[in-house]
Design a protein around this ligand. Structure first.
Ligand code: DGT
Ligand code: CA
Ligand code: CA
Ligand code: ZN
Length: 584
């Protein structure tokens, strides 16, 4: 058993106890122990063996015994008993956004609801609203949560799907007989969430490849094991998060590979357009070949297939049938930016607010990534849950930045802030203080429940403030967990363009906000885009790559993205904006 599996077993105990109505104290003992284990630097087995596990804060005697049992026997009768005592449906119900264990327990006890289906029926019949502590508003929230669940199904965030996919791919590429192999489908197109992994390989001997694939260590279930195609359920932990996805591996002959790659990359809509185009040219295109009436036309790469169809290569991120074929025909495909084009980042947190690393550590890490500048954007004063900075702390940070900028070479720190947009659209710092920053990111973190009109007015008012440089995470969405607040983005884009403001692509994989569809519209309006990792630790700086993916899906070139500019240009532009702001 791995550390992650032990942690998951403990946290499952916590959840099951909570569903049974156990005391907060006992419940938290398990959840906290799970967290503590995930963060342990050392070897868990060793620590259990020498007893040092008991010294870890958050792990008591009874939990330590259970960890030992899990590690030595691989199972835990105590957990099995709990699982047997709590209906499985209750755990499922916890997946509904907006209901926790207490509500699930009440629903079960008073209305005998033990499945998602029953929950939906009871909500629709208005029974849930009558329960003590629920009411019509909660019932409505649950219905919305159920709808969201149905809609997302078992999709997984791109970063997690990619992590698992690449782990499988790296191993497949080492199998004897594999000539080429690639991740296809939505992962290759860098869609923000993915339903499964579509893997393609070429070989003249698929049998042994299938054998090895179904035996990979990440495989937890074999769904199908055929001569050239197999499907498995694969599992892996990424940064403590469990990822489970179906993965299909298809093996084709080398001469078929480019056609398979094109077909399985999709999207389906893009494929349909290509197939029609082939027909119009008197050809047939499918997942194995391109052919005219007499014979097939050999192609060694996707480039050659597109060329045979009279088109330049279309990057996978654009293959959504949203105008890419027309642009390709007209020779107007954008030259998409790449991660190497990004020369700095703006929205990041340090230990001054809710970040895990110091200002200096973050700046040094940014330099290691090859950046020329690092913008700090800690939270503002009213966001106390994220340790937002009062004005005194801001001034202290500025002094440290001045010191560090003298000391550090090859990286410049810009003084920024992620200022809260307050309920009425005003900003969380006085104008005098705002004037001291090199740039200002304005974001909404509170009162998500405003009406669309109110929220739009709130954000637009902030955008009109002369001190604001860019808008942070435009909708506040958390992929697969929380819909963004209601806001009229067309209006927001219009106002941003009017005032010459920038908009961020927040590269946190759970956000990817601004959504790529609106990125495209922002570009059409001439709004500069900024790719920000919103890093809360040194490691998270690298998340900017997912922002580049979004930018590419939004058709952006290097010129459309502000932080592809060099330090000197950025410094000049920020100074120009500041002069403009103080004159306003
Ligand atoms: P996903 O899995 O929902 O995240 O999205 P995709 O795009 O990976 O979709 P998936 O896994 O159902 O199929 C993989 C690719 O296979 C898809 O992008 C295009 C191709 N494909 C699947 N079904 C069809 C189809 O009915 N017609 C055509 N032309 N292509 C298809
Ligand atoms: Ca797929
Ligand atoms: Ca698939
Ligand atoms: Zn934020």
């Amino acid at each position: 058993m791995t550390k992650e599996q032990v942690a998951e077993a403990l946290s499952e105990i916590g959840t099951l106890l909570e569903l049974q109505g156990e005391s907060v104290f006992r419940v938290n003992a398990y959840h906290n122990a799970a967290k503590a284990i995930l963060e342990l630097p050392g070897d868990l087995r060793q620590m259990v063996a020498d007893g040092s596990i008991r010294e870890v804060s958050g792990i008591g005697a009874s939990v330590a015994d259970k960890i030992k049992e899990l590690l030595t026997t691989g199972s835990l009768p105590y957990l099995d008993e709990l699982r047997a005592a709590v209906p499985r449906g209750l755990v499922e119900m916890l997946r509904v956004p907006g209901i926790g264990p207490k509500k699930v327990k009440a629903l079960y006890e008073h209305l005998q609801i033990d499945s998602l289906e029953k929950l939906k029926t009871a909500c629709e019949a208005g029974q849930v609203a009558t329960l003590k502590g629920f009411g019509g508003k909660t019932q409505q929230k649950i219905l919305e949560g159920l709808a969201l669940l149905e809609q997302v199904g078992h999709r997984v965030r791109l970063d997690l799907a990619l992590g698992l996919g690449q782990t499988l791919l790296e191993q497949i590429r080492t199998f004897p007989g594999v000539i080429r192999s690639e991740l296809c489908g939505s992962v290759r197109r860098r869609k923000e969430t993915c339903a499964d992994l579509d893997i393609l390989a070429s070989s003249s001997e698929p049998g042994p490849i299938m054998e090895r694939f179904v035996q990979l260590p990440q495989v937890i279930q074999v769904l199908a094991h055929g001569p050239t195609k197999s499907s498995v359920r694969a599992e892996m932990y990424i940064h403590g998060e469990k990822v489970v996805l179906q993965a299909d591996l298809r093996v084709v002959r080398e001469e078929q590979y480019p056609f398979g790659l094109l077909y399985f990359t999709g999207s389906k809509e893009h494929n349909i357009r290509l197939r029609q185009r082939a027909i119009d040219l008197g050809l047939t295109l499918n997942e194995y070949a391109l052919a005219n009436e007499q014979k097939s036309i050999p192609c060694h790469s996707e480039e050659e297939i597109y060329a045979a169809l009279g088109l330049p290569f279309i990057p996978p991120e654009l293959r959504e049938d949203t105008g890419e074929i027309e642009a390709a025909e007209a020779g107007q495909l954008p030259v998409l930016l790449t991660p190497a084009d990004v020369r700095g980042v703006f929205h990041n947190h340090t230990t001054y607010s809710d970040g895990a690393a110091s200002l200096e550590e973050m700046a040094v890490a940014a330099k290691k990534l090859g950046f020329e500048y690092f913008g700090v954007g800690d939270h503002s004063q009213s966001l106390t849950i994220a340790r937002g900075l009062p004005p005194g702390a801001v001034r202290k940070q500025w002094a440290e930045i001045d010191r560090l900028n003298k000391k550090l070479h090859g990286i410049h720190i810009f003084k920024g802030t992620e200022v809260d947009i307050l309920d009425d659209g005003s900003l969380d710092y006085p104008d005098e203080l705002l004037a001291g920053f090199d740039y200002v990111v304005a974001s909404v973190h509170t009162r998500f429940g405003l009406s669309e009109e109110e929220m739009t007015a709130r954000v637009c008012k902030a955008l009109a403030h002369p001190a604001v440089t860019m808008l942070g995470h435009a909708t506040g969405r958390l992929l697969l967990r929380r819909e963004g607040y209601k806001i009229n983005l067309d209006e927001v884009l219009k106002v941003a363009a009017q005032h010459g403001k920038m908009i961020e692509i927040n590269a946190q994989p759970s956000r990817l906000d601004l959504d790529w569809r609106y990125v495209k519209q922002a570009k059409a309006r001439g709004i500069p885009i900024v790719i920000n990792p919103d890093a809360h630790s040194v490691g998270e700086l690298e998340l900017y790559r997912f922002g580049v993916d979004v930018a590419r899906r939004g058709w952006l070139t290097k010129n459309d993205v502000f932080n592809t500019r060099c330090y000197a240009e950025v410094k000049k532009e920020l100074a120009r904006r500041k002069r403009h702001a103080t004159q306003a």
